[in-house]
Design a protein around this ligand. Structure first.
Ligand code: SF4
Length: 472
């Protein structure tokens, strides 16, 4: 995932920009960048690798070099951005949140015009550069942005800073959010709604799917009205969003309490004895609070995350070390574990490796039973719409591995996979039992899709559910 922030201000935008971008640090661990524009100073840009050091540390020495009253910046989990572009639209800087499944085909189309791209060391074209090239195919920014939103298969939201102000556009199905904030002498655009609150902005509006606006320090104008159809990513509430974020009027922490509440209601029908409810930090904790409040079973923290020297952005690239680091961050509290039946809530189960290790670690610390309640249904399909750092090949998903074992071959038939997604089917029961045995849980019950969508509380048809049920 990635996040961005942009400011158009009467005076210097640098302070707001610096802290506004920093509040997106939970959305990416690889690169960050800032681009500013001032009438007298033109464009300035800086990009840093943030894989081993947080955004603020990396950029604090650059701050003096930035000038101007317009600026954008991002935390990126993938490509280096923002990029500076000189085109028939004039000079501009652009930052994107995208996943472009048809990149090869679009690159070929653009190359017919005998232009060129810079190739990244991976052999791919920087997706933000591709978006800029698509925008440059049309006569003006509005048509260009609309064209890019239309032709990209996947998703695209963007910010552009030019001498005319800042353009902001939200993905045509609204998979990721873009929110506009306002204060006396400035406007801002942000992925995370809370990023502007401590900077003195108030909510102006949340862009609708496909909506395009342009703003400066005085006003924000809609250039293209929103589409009606929406498919916002449900995972934003379940896992990715920061607890203080609000999308479509629904706060993340609040949704997680609801999620835990509905999980607990289903468990009331079962007769299992639980001593304490706990969450896998960080996102599992809020789901567990909701469960504990509804069930009346005490909430507890049987392991604590050691945060002072383990910032989330520190991520070694070698997988074996990543698992080790994930483990070293968690410290058990033996007094809260020994002899207890624990009910543990995690946001989801991807490969299952980490949760199996956590469970083993609880048994080693003396736990009597470990009951697992993921806050979303089994992941059966890889996300086609967003660039997740923890996304994985579909074949690595624990649910898919178990289905393959049950069927005796590598299942790719969507209709069959959808039978496994039905929580009232025998196939679903067999899959859950297979996962439970593999990961050595005492009991395992996933959230039902309908309950999880109810926990968000907006129209189900506005929510993307592809990774659970394969519905596009
Ligand atoms: S497939 Fe899943 S992760 Fe991807 S956008 Fe849809 S809900 Fe989000």
């Amino acid at each position: 995932m990635s996040g961005f922030f942009g400011v158009a201000s009467k005076d210097s935008c640098i302070f707001d920009l610096y802290f506004g971008i920093d509040y997106h640090s939970h959305l990416g661990t690889r690169r960050a960048g800032i681009a500013t524009y001032g009438k007298d100073t033109g464009f300035k840009k800086s990009i840093h690798n943030i894989s081993n050091s947080p955004f603020r540390t990396k950029f604090e020495n650059d701050l003096d070099k930035f000038e101007g009253n317009y600026g954008i910046g991002c935390i990126s989990d993938y490509e280096a951005q923002p990029i500076l572009v000189r085109s028939h639209h004039g000079a501009y800087a652009i930052s994107t949140i995208s996943k472009i499944n048809n990149a090869e085909q679009l690159v070929e189309e653009v190359l017919k015009g005998r232009t060129h791209f810079f190739q990244m060391s991976t052999g791919e074209i920087n997706p933000t550069e591709l978006v800029a090239a698509l925008i440059n195919q049309k006569d003006n920014f509005i048509e260009g942005i609309q064209y890019a939103l239309d032709v990209i298969d996947g998703s695209l939201s963007l910010l552009i800073v030019s001498d005319k102000g800042i353009y902001a556009a939200r993905d045509k199905y609204g998979r990721t959010p873009v929110i506009i904030g306002k204060k006396e002498d400035a406007y801002c655009a942000t992925f995370e709604s809370f990023a502007f609150l401590n900077l003195g902005y108030t909510l102006e509006k949340e862009l609708g799917p496909g909506e395009i606006v342009v703003f400066n320090e005085n006003q924000c104008r809609t250039l293209v009205d929103p589409n009606k159809e929406m498919k916002i990513c449900t995972f934003l509430w379940v896992y990715y969003g920061y607890p203080s974020a609000t999308y479509e009027g629904i706060n993340v922490e609040d949704m997680r309490y609801n999620c835990g509440k509905l999980l607990a209601r289903r468990d009331k029908e079962k007769e299992i004895h639980i001593d304490v409810v706990a969450g896998v930090p960080d996102s599992g904790t809020a789901h567990a609070v909701g469960y504990a409040n509804e069930s009346g079973i005490p909430f507890s923290r049987p392991f604590i995350k050691y945060t002072p020297t383990w910032p989330r952005s520190f991520m070694p690239t070698i997988q074996t070390k990543r698992n080790l680091i994930a483990k070293m961050k968690l410290i058990p509290v033996h007094e809260l574990i020994a002899g207890k039946s624990l009910l543990l809530i995690d946001d989801s189960i991807v490969r299952g490796t980490q949760l199996r290790e956590t469970t083993e670690f609880l048994y080693e610390s003396g736990a009597k039973e470990v009951h697992i309640r993921p806050a979303c249904p089994p992941l059966l399909f890889g996300c086609k719409y967003l660039n997740f750092s923890r996304s994985t090949s579909e074949l690595e998903l624990i649910a898919r591995r178990v289905i393959n074992e049950l069927e005796g071959y590598e299942v790719t038939d969507k209709a069959l996979l959808q039978e496994y997604a039905n929580p009232d089917s025998e196939k679903y029961e067999a899959m859950i039992e297979g996962i439970r045995q593999k990961l050595k849980f005492t009991s395992l019950r996933y959230h039902r899709l309908d309950d999880m969508l109810d926990s968000v509380g907006i129209d189900h048809c506005k929510l993307c559910t592809y990774c659970w049920d394969g519905n596009e």
